[in-house]
Design a binder for this molecule. Structure first.
Ligand code: F6R
Length: 362
């Protein structure tokens, strides 16, 4: 049942305020982050190794920034199909974490089985609590996104991010890295996130307009720095999957090491850049793009738009959130851009060609 929406993907995008809210209520009590038994004690862990595929991998890549910056915990993130065959050494006091919407992805399950007797503990972040990956973990954390039908993952991604951020906060607390003030600021903003998401859904029409132009492109680049770098990859992945337009993501700072050669007036460049601590640097990369005729679509907030919104082709303005929450909120414009571009092209959004919802063979 599409609940009045044209596609499951549109329904699942719109459901995000309510599923993020469900996810928060499952893990957040008055007194802070609460995990199911047997719980997690980050003081016994020196290192985290994360493996996953596709969008779940990109949630893991985002989590690396959180765990390292907020909790000071070193994290390796791998594509599960690479991890499983590389025979990576697993040092003592390493926790292995697997992220999977379906909980049945063959490569992720194989990566988990590789870690079973080597890692101190095996955790998973899954949408299907009775899945193989959940069953074979010491602790499975459900994301409470509800059934996801659209082949392109949307609400599962933002709920994965929500759980991963809560885990990073728990790690920061356990390791004595979080002042009570900072903790309260983040938790307050997290509790407000469903409402913020709702407000951001109001940008749908502006995004649809921009997407009509994107749908005429042959190649599209996504740029981001820091927390926006994994999300640039998610934006490009989503767009490729459902609109079949070639899209690539780069860390903004990598542009001048090669990909800037691609820029001309026919290549739209989506720049994901809230007014965060790296904003000025991203803006200077964006100016390099514009100097070569590139058409920039800037996704930012009001402070960012005031500084850098004038000369770009289009601005999509998001509500302000603390920097740490930007990956969750900015997933929305990335999803909507892909969705509306696919609609403008007339592709089958819920059943894109060559793709299956659950990849149970390698
Ligand atoms: C992208 C997408 C895929 C999945 C990947 C992993 O929109 O849906 O990239 O994220 O196949 O699937 P799960 O999370 O079920 O392991």
């Amino acid at each position: 049942d599409k609940g009045g929406y044209k596609h499951f993907m549109a329904k699942e995008i719109a459901e995000q305020p309510s599923v993020i809210s469900a996810c928060l209520s499952a893990y957040l009590t008055e007194s802070g982050v609460a995990l199911p038994d047997p719980g997690i004690d980050f003081t016994t862990i020196d290192r985290l190794t994360i493996s996953a595929c596709g969008t779940a991998y990109l949630a893991g890549l985002t989590a690396k920034y959180w765990f390292e910056q907020v909790a000071g915990l070193p994290v390796d993130v791998d594509i599960a199909s690479e991890f499983r065959y590389r025979e990576p050494p697993i040092p003592p006091k390493t926790a292995a974490l697997f992220i999977s919407q379906s909980g049945e992805t063959a490569d992720t399950l194989a990566a988990l089985r590789y870690c079973r007797d080597k890692a101190s503990v095996v955790w998973s972040v899954v949408n299907v609590p009775e899945s193989s990956i959940a069953r074979e973990s010491d602790l499975a954390l459900p994301i409470h996104a509800g059934i996801e039908i659209g082949v392109a993952s949307t609400k599962a991604f933002t709920c994965q991010l929500t759980v991963l951020l809560l885990l990073a906060l728990k790690a920061a607390e356990d390791r004595g890295r979080l002042t009570p003030e900072r903790r309260d600021d983040i938790l307050t903003a997290l509790r407000a996130l469903p409402g913020t998401f709702n407000a951001a859904l109001g940008r749908d029409e502006v995004i649809a307009q921009a997407a009509r132009r994107l749908s005429e492109a042959r190649d599209i680049l996504f740029l981001g720095r820091g927390l926006m770098y994994p999300l640039a990859h998610e934006g490009a992945l989503k767009l490729k999957e459902i609109s079949y337009i070639h899209a690539e993501a780069y860390a903004s700072g990598e542009l001048k090491h090669g990909p800037i050669a691609l820029i001309d007036k026919n290549v739209p460049v989506v720049v994901l850049a809230p007014k965060d601590s790296l904003f000025e640097k991203t803006v200077s990369n964006m100016q390099e793009v514009m100097a070569r005729g590139g058409q920039v679509l800037l996704v930012t907030d009001s402070a960012g738009a005031a500084i850098a919104g004038n000369d770009v082709w289009k601005v999509i303005q998001m509500p302000e959130v603390p920097e740490i929450l930007t990956p969750i909120l900015y997933a929305l414009p990335a999803q909507l851009l892909a969705y509306h571009t696919a609609i403008a092209k007339g592709t089958d959004v819920d059943q894109p060609r060559n793709l299956a919802k659950s990849v149970t063979v390698e």
